[in-house]
Design a protein around this ligand. Structure first.
Ligand SMILES: [Ca+2]
Length: 170
C-alpha cells in the first residue's frame, strides 16, 4: 500500500484581508432590505413606491423587494452618497435607518405624502456631512413621521425638514 504523505491536507491560515474583495451589497431578508457599503466612496440609490415595493442600487449591486418595512443603509467609510426617493404616498409603515460612517457623506431623502408611520434614524458618523430631508408634501391625518439625526465629530449642515400636517383640502 502506497502512501502519499505529500498529498496530506495541511490546514493553513489564510488572512481574510487578502481574500475579501470590498463591494457594496444589496440584500433582502423578509421585510428588511440591507444596503451595506465598503470603505470606499459608495453611491446608494433607493426608490420606494410608497407601498413597500423597493428597488435599490449601490455602486454595481442591485436588489429589490416587496413588503419592505425596514431599510438599513450602512455605508461605512469613504465619501458616500445616499439618495432615497418615495415616488408615491407612503401607505406602508417604514423604518429608514442610515449609518453613514466616516467620510464626508451626503444623504438626500425625498418623501411624497405620508399616510402611515415613518421612522427615520440617521447616524451621520464623522466627517462633514449633509442630510436633506424633504417632507414638503402632506402628512395625512393619522400619519406620523419621527426623525432622528445625529453625528460624531465634524460638521453637519443642511438638515432641512419642512413639514406641514393635517388633513388636506380634499
Ligand atoms: Ca463607503
Amino acid at each position: 500500500m502506497r502512501t502519499h504523505p505529500s498529498n496530506r491536507f495541511i490546514p493553513r491560515l489564510e488572512a481574510l484581508e487578502n481574500r475579501w474583495c470590498p463591494a457594496c451589497t444589496v440584500s433582502v431578508s423578509g421585510s428588511t432590505m440591507w444596503i451595506i457599503g465598503d470603505n470606499g466612496a459608495n453611491t446608494a440609490t433607493v426608490t420606494h413606491d410608497g407601498a413597500g415595493n423597493v428597488a435599490a442600487t449601490c455602486d454595481t449591486a442591485t436588489g429589490s423587494g416587496s413588503g419592505i418595512k425596514r431599510i438599513i443603509v450602512l455605508t461605512r467609510g469613504g465619501n458616500d452618497t445616499v439618495n432615497f426617493t418615495a415616488t408615491g404616498d407612503l401607505t406602508a409603515r417604514l423604518d429608514l435607518i442610515l449609518a453613514l460612517g466616516s467620510g464626508n457623506d451626503t444623504a438626500n431623502i425625498d418623501f411624497a405624502p405620508i399616510s402611515n408611520r415613518l421612522r427615520m434614524f440617521a447616524d451621520l458618523g464623522s466627517g462633514n456631512d449633509l442630510i436633506d430631508v424633504n417632507l414638503d408634501q402632506e402628512i395625512r391625518a393619522g400619519a406620523r413621521a419621527d426623525l432622528g439625526v445625529w453625528a460624531a465629530t465634524g460638521q453637519t449642515s443642511g438638515y432641512s425638514a419642512p413639514t406641514k400636517s393635517g388633513p388636506g383640502p380634499n
